[in-house]
Design a protein around this ligand. Structure first.
Ligand code: AMP
Ligand code: GLY
Length: 424
C-alpha cells in the first residue's frame, strides 16, 4: 500500500516507525514530518490544511490510504472532502469525518452526546453571550475549584481551573465577553470538578467493531509533581497499574461500548482512533474529554506495545472488517520521556544542534520538534523528542529511558525526572 500520513509530531513519528515495519507497506510519505520521520519514509512539504494540495499529491503518487495524525484537519473536514470527491472516494481515510470530530471540536457537543448515552462524566451547563448572567449565577451555586472549558478548539489551552469564585467569574466574562480564546470561547462549558488520577484509553474502530489499545498515562504539567503550566505532554507510561481487568471492564461497559453504540445509533460514521481522556474517581471511570486521534505523547508509549501489523489494522478500519483482525500487544511496560526546549511551554528558541543521538542504547527515539539542517538534527519546536524504552517493570522502563535521555544534549534542554510518581 502507498500511504500518506499527515502531521509532524512524536505521534506521527511513532505511527511512521510502526508502519515502516509492515510487509504491506510499499511507500510511506509524511507531510510535513520531521527529522525522525525522514528515516521511516519520505517527508513532503505539503500544507495539511490545503485540501486541494493534498488531493493533487494523493493522485500524483497513487496513494491508497490517508492517515490523519492531528485533530485540526479532521475538524476541518478532510475525510468528508475525500468522500465527496469522485477521484478520492476510494482512498481509505483513518480519522473520522467532521461530524464525529465534533466530539473533540466542541465540548458542548461531547457533553450532550454523553448525556444522551448515559456515559459517566462531570455534571455541567453551557453558556453563551445571551446567557452570561445565568452563567455567573450558576458559578455561585458551585463549590471551588471551578472548571471552565472553551467549547471549541483552543490549542489545548481552553480549559481553566479556577480556585476562587472571583477568578472564575472574571474568566467566564473574559472568555465569553472578551473572546479570550476567539470564537472557541463564544460558548463555555462549566462543569463539576472531579478529583482522581487521569489515564488515556484508546480504541481503533471502523464504526462497528473496535479494538482496545494499551492504556497509558501522560504527564501534562511542566514541573515535577505535576506543577506549573500545562504543556502538550512531558512523557507517558503504558501500562497503568490501577487500570486492572476489573477497572477496564467498567471502562468498556460504561464508556467504550456506549460511545461506539451511540455513534452507530445516531448514524454518525467513525473510522479511526477514539481517545478517551478518563479520570479514576474512587475506582469508577469518568470521561474528562474525547479526542478523535491518538494522543501525543501517549502514542510514543502505546504504539511500541502493539505487536500486530498496524497497517493491517488500518486496512480493517478502511474496509469495515476490523472484526476479522486480532490485536496482539507486548506485555512489557514502556516509558516515553519528552525532552523539551528551554522556556517551553512559554517562548523558546529553535535551531539548537542536538548531540548524543548516536549514543543511544536499548531505546527508541521518536522525534517531535526537530528538523534536518545541512545534515545536522536541530530543534524546531517546544517538544523536541521522546525517548522510549521497554521494561519488565515500570521502573526498568523508566530507568532505561532516563539513562539515554541524560546523554542527549542541546542548549536549554529540559525533561521531567519524576514520571510514574503517582501510579507506582
Ligand atoms: P482537557 O483539555 O479537557 O483535557 O482538560 C485539560 C485538563 O484539565 C485535564 O487533563 C484535567 O487535568 C483537567 N480537567 C478537565 N476537566 C476536569 C474536571 N471536570 N475535573 C477536574 N479536572 C478537569
Ligand atoms: N496527551 C494529550 C493529547 O494528546 O491531547
Amino acid at each position: 500500500m502507498k500511504v500518506l500520513l499527515l502531521g509532524s509530531g512524536g505521534r506521527e513519528h511513532a505511527i511512521a516507525w510502526k508502519l515502516a515495519q509492515s510487509p504491506k507497506l510499499e511507500k510511506l510519505f509524511i507531510a510535513p514530518g520531521n527529522a525522525g520521520t525522514a528515516d521511516e519514509g519520505t517527508n513532503v512539504d505539503l500544507n495539511v490544511n490545503d485540501h486541494n494540495a493534498v488531493k493533487e499529491f494523493v493522485l500524483k503518487e497513487n496513494i491508497n490510504m490517508l492517515i490523519v495524525g492531528p485533530e485540526a484537519p479532521l475538524v476541518a473536514g478532510i475525510h468528508d472532502f475525500f468522500l465527496n470527491d469522485e477521484d478520492l472516494k476510494n482512498v481509505g481515510v483513518i480519522g473520522p469525518q467532521s461530524q464525529a470530530a465534533m466530539l473533540e471540536g466542541s465540548k458542548n457537543f461531547a457533553k450532550e452526546f454523553m448525556q444522551r448515552h448515559d456515559i459517566p462524566t462531570a455534571s455541567y451547563k453551557t453558556f453563551n453571550a445571551d446567557s452570561l448572567a445565568d452563567g455567573l449565577k450558576y458559578l455561585e451555586s458551585l463549590k471551588p475549584p471551578y472548571v471552565l472549558k472553551a467549547d471549541g478548539l483552543a490549542a489545548g489551552k481552553g480549559v481553566l481551573i479556577c480556585q476562587s469564585l472571583a477568578e472564575a467569574k472574571a474568566e467566564l466574562n473574559s472568555m465569553i465577553a472578551d473572546s479570550k480564546f476567539g470564537d472557541a470561547s463564544s460558548k463555555v462549558v462549566i462543569e463539576e470538578f472531579l478529583s482522581g488520577v487521569e489515564l488515556s484509553v484508546f480504541v481503533l474502530t471502523d464504526g462497528d467493531s473496535y479494538k482496545i489499545l494499551p492504556v497509558a498515562k501522560d504527564y501534562k504539567r511542566i514541573g515535577e509533581g505535576d506543577t506549573g503550566l500545562n504543556t502538550g505532554g512531558m512523557g507517558s507510561i503504558s501500562h497503568v497499574p490501577f487500570a486492572d481487568d476489573e477497572f477496564m471492564k467498567k471502562v468498556e461497559d460504561h464508556i467504550i461500548k456506549p460511545t461506539i453504540d451511540g455513534l452507530k445509533s445516531e448514524n454518525i460514521p467513525y473510522k479511526g482512533f477514539v481517545f478517551f481522556g478518563l479520570i479514576n474517581v474512587n475506582n469508577d471511570p469518568f470521561v474528562i474529554e474525547y479526542n478523535v486521534r491518538m494522543g501525543d505523547p501517549e502514542a510514543e508509549s502505546v504504539i511500541p506495545r502493539i505487536k500486530s501489523d498496524l497497517l493491517d489494522l488500518f486496512s480493517g478500519v478502511a474496509n469495515n472488517n476490523l472484526h476479522e483482525k486480532e490485536i496482539e500487544t507486548d506485555e512489557r511496560y514502556t516509558a516515553a520521556i519528552m525532552l523539551v526546549s528551554g522556556g517551553y511551554p512559554g517562548s523558546y528558541e529553535k535551531g539548537k544542534e542536538i548531540s548524543g543521538l548516536d549514543k543511544m542504547e536499548d531505546c527508541i527515539i521518536f522525534h517531535a520538534g526537530t528538523k534536518l539542517d545541512s545534515n545536522k538534527v536541530v530543534t524546531n519546536g517546544g517538544r523536541v523528542l521522546a525517548v522510549t524504552s521497554y521494561g519488565k517493570t515500570m521502573d526498568e522502563a523508566l530507568e532505561k529511558s532516563y539513562k539515554n535521555a541524560a546523554k542527549i544534549k542541546f542548549d536549554g534542554s529540559y525533561y521531567r525526572s519524576d514520571l510514574g510518581f503517582d501510579i507506582k
